[in-house]
Ligand binder design. Structure first.
Ligand code: NAP
Length: 249
């Protein structure tokens, strides 16, 4: 990584969905930058295994469904006791439950909104007071190009991701006076478990719509997030930055 060396030394970063895919790449990048990382996921053993594999010392994994606000509060308290006050929050946990509008049932709508949108609210609210007290904090919400462009079959997912854009800008405006920044990244199509089910024809079709001509890797997103939470981005807040091979320009 060609960023400043260990620019997050001494900071505590909480990464939701940090055990796989984009979140795991983010956890690795922030650990390489010197942060102590709290890896959060529903599967506690997977979160602990991910934390154990990170560079450096002081990381830990936590079992937590971000849609469960009470559990999020408990976990943030535990993170603060074990690792220290959270200075960096990456709201990355997200799910899809795709269907065309006429077949989209209430459960698919409610579950996707509860994890992708309310989950980010739960964690951000739980860390905000401490970040404000520290007069220092950086939050990144992982939205999607789908939240900016729409996508057939993903009305619930697109609504949750578009919701995160408004959430990001409101939090940025509210917390800026305390030097707490909040930005969003909008990945395009990235190779993870979430996109593993695309068949060859779908991948070929997608590649044709991506100016750089390929799907992205989790590290492509992690590099941007490492930059956004670090000192080189200290004057950037309320922004939504696409990392999508040029798909959404
Ligand atoms: P992924 O490979 O499916 O990983 C999802 C991660 O989130 C896992 O660590 C999972 O761990 C965790 N998670 C899921 N539900 C959770 C919950 N309720 N509470 C806590 N953790 C939960 O997904 P990904 O592709 O890396 O996607 C990461 C983020 O990027 C998502 O927000 C996604 O919408 C966004 N994104 C992805 C793409 C893409 O092309 N891949 C594009 C744009 C945006 P557990 O299963 O143990 O909970």
């Amino acid at each position: 990584m060609n960023t400043q060396e260990r620019e997050l030394e001494g900071r505590v970063a909480l990464v939701t969905g940090g055990s796989r895919g984009i979140g795991l790449a983010v956890s690795r990048a922030l650990a390489e930058a010197g942060a102590r990382v709290a890896v959060v996921g529903r599967d506690g053993a997977a979160a602990e295994a991910a934390a154990a594999g990170l560079a450096g010392e002081g990381h830990a994994g936590f079992a937590c469904d971000v849609a469960d606000g009470a559990r999020v509060k408990e976990v943030v308290t535990e993170v603060e006791e074990r690792l220290g006050p959270v200075g960096v929050l990456v709201n990355n946990a997200g799910i899809t439950r795709d269907n065309i509008l006429l077949r989209l049932d209430d459960d698919a709508w409610d579950t996707v909104l509860a994890v992708n949108l309310k989950g980010a609210f739960n964690t951000t609210r739980a860390v905000a007071r401490s970040m404000m007290k520290q007069r220092d904090g950086a939050i990144v919400n992982v939205t999607s190009v789908v939240g900016l462009m729409g996508n057939p079959g993903q009305a619930n997912y697109a609504a949750s991701k578009a919701g995160l854009v408004g959430f990001t800008k409101s939090v940025a405006r509210e917390l800026a006076s305390r030097n707490v920044r909040c930005n969003a990244v909008a990945p395009g199509f990235i190779r993870t478990d979430m996109t593993a089910e695309l068949n060859d024809a779908q991948v070929a079709d997608l590649q044709g719509r991506i100016p750089l001509g390929r799907l992205g890797d989790p590290e492509d997103v992690a590099g941007l997030i490492r930059f956004l939470v670090g000192p080189a981005a200290r004057y950037i807040t309320g922004q939504v930055i696409a990392v999508d091979g040029g798909m959404a320009m």
